[in-house]
Design a protein around this ligand. Structure first.
Ligand code: SAH
Length: 352
């Protein structure tokens, strides 16, 4: 049993079953035993690998799309923000490619939104030489033009799960039985936040709500609407989520989400409609990562980089291109949603 499992059992014994959102939040960000706070879960030796850790091409193309939108909107002074920057690799690649766009890096105030003190230290190391500040919440970002990226951030937001019964919903809750964590459910009640799901679900269907998502999307969209800017939100998920999408990864293997609290990374599929609905600005069509990267020119960039490589390095590079774009890998599962001011030109790669 993990140290966190014992703490969770004690808490359940004292207070009764907890929502899945409380369980997820504790597993991910418990100050001593959380997945993101106790150690670095990223990379081949950790629990999962993300797009910027697969290849520099990802960050370069994201950086160029952001810089292009900045030129389209008159090159203002702006906040360059990232949500959940992990090891800081994506922001480092954005800033490196951003230097090729005259004035872009000079006009940027880089602000990182990061909850884990340990990962803040990693980011500080990766971004040494750049002036960077950190904030705890998206609502702490300056009231200024905002260019923002979030890769695999929204999938880490805690969700509540509800199972439909008649016109009511039973919430799934984490309890304990015979020395193990178990999933139970409440009696059905009406849930106002799910009124819009009565039309597209049936008895027994499960839907998820991330309670912390709307205020985050609203804070981003409000800055973009008021001051200009653009956001690229990249994650796995769909326009509207249906079903139990909670998954746990421990050292790159799928495991039972209740079996290794604090040791296994927990994520869910992102409900992109919830982001678009809460953000008071315009949004792009939801576009697959493969199409987005191809439109931005990943193939010619991959060929250019391949020319300088041989042997194992060349094989790794070719595999990375495939991993980022192929429909059987990250190309279709991962999606990109752009946020921009009403009337602004489309973001590169997200044209309809
Ligand atoms: N974007 C990175 C890392 C993704 S992992 C990459 O692509 O490699 C998720 C990141 O979000 C980690 O940095 C984690 O510490 C951070 N995070 C998770 N929940 C958070 C929250 N509620 N507030 C701020 N940061 C959070």
């Amino acid at each position: 049993m993990t140290p966190l499992a014992s703490l969770l059992m004690e808490r359940i014994a004292a207070e009764g079953p907890m929502s899945l959102a409380d369980y997820m939040a504790t597993c991910l960000l418990h100050p001593e035993h959380g997945v993101y706070t106790a150690r670095d879960p990223l990379g081949s030796a950790g629990d999962f690998t993300t797009a910027p850790e697969i290849s520099q091409m990802f960050g370069e193309l994201v950086g160029l799309a952001l810089a292009r939108a900045w030129m389209d909107q008159g090159q203002p002074g702006f906040t360059l923000a990232e949500l959940g920057p992990g090891r800081g690799t994506l922001m480092a690649d954005i800033l490196r490619v951003g230097r090729k766009v005259p004035g872009f890096v000079e006009a940027a105030e880089v602000v990182l939104v990061e909850a884990s003190p340990l990962l803040r230290t990693r980011q500080e190391e990766t971004l040494a030489g750049f002036d960077v500040t950190w904030v705890d919440h998206v609502t702490d970002l300056p009231q200024a033009p905002l260019w923002l990226v979030a890769n695999e951030f929204f999938d880490a937001l805690p969700v509540r799960q509800f199972e439909r019964q008649g016109d009511g919903w039973c919430e799934r809750r984490v309890g304990a039985r015979d020395g193990a964590l178990t999933l139970g459910r409440t009696e059905p009640t009406a849930v106002a936040a799910l009124a819009h799901r009565l039309g597209d679900t049936r008895d027994g269907d499960i839907v998820e709500i991330a309670p912390s998502l709307p205020p985050i999307a609203e804070a981003i969209g409000q800055r973009i609407a008021d001051h200009g800017g653009a956001a690229l939100i990249i994650d796995y998920g769909d326009w509207r989520s249906l079903g139990d999408t909670l998954q746990a990864l421990h050292r790159h293997q799928r495991v039972d989400p209740l079996a290794h609290p604090g040791a296994a990374d927990l994520t869910t599929h992102v409900d992109f409609e919830a982001i678009a609905t809460a953000a008071p600005c315009a949004h792009s069509r939801l576009t697959t990562q493969g199409v987005f990267l191809e439109r931005l020119g990943i193939t010619p960039r991959a060929q250019q980089l391949a020319a300088g490589l041989q042997g194992a390095a060349l094989e790794t590079h070719v595999a990375a291109h495939r991993r980022l774009t192929h429909p059987e890998e990250m190309g279709t599962l991962f999606k990109v949603l752009g946020l921009m001011p009403h009337g602004a030109p489309p973001i590169a790669g997200l044209e309809t």
